[in-house]
Design a protein around this ligand. Sequence first.
Ligand SMILES: [Zn+2]
Ligand SMILES: [Zn+2]
Length: 158
Amino acid sequence: MIGTSMEGDLHEEVGRRLISQDQRYTSGRRALVGVLADAGRPLTIPEVLDRSQGVPQSTAYRNLTVLVEAGVARRVTGSDDHGRFELAEDLTGHHHHHVICTACGTVTDVHVAPRLEQALEAAAEAATADLGFEVSGHTIDLLGTCRLCRGAAGGGPS
Ligand SMILES: [Zn+2]
Ligand SMILES: [Zn+2]
């Protein structure tokens, strides 16, 4: 969760990134960043529209594209055809991974304990040492079936 004062910093940094791309931080883009910040998981365009009063889909899509190009948001790949969007990790400071339901496509954020993150980093470095590769980060997607879809599969015909 992003607190009130951090949210002020967030918008300031977003504004800087947009200006460096010769883009303006319009009220519509500001609202969009607020929607992504509050969601706590990657959102599809229909989900973004649900949370934005009266914004045309073309406008939302164009603004998301601008945010992605400015490094403010990033596109998340799920298991379905929906593009999903979340704020960039270096912007929020919340490193996390994704749990992806292969049945309905829902993507949920998960956080891993710091000692496990350290173990992951050590494993990544050990695995790439021979390649002369410098690891700068990682993304891990966990695939499976969400609670709702498991319920539907186990519930029999209705
Ligand atoms: Zn599901
Ligand atoms: Zn991690």
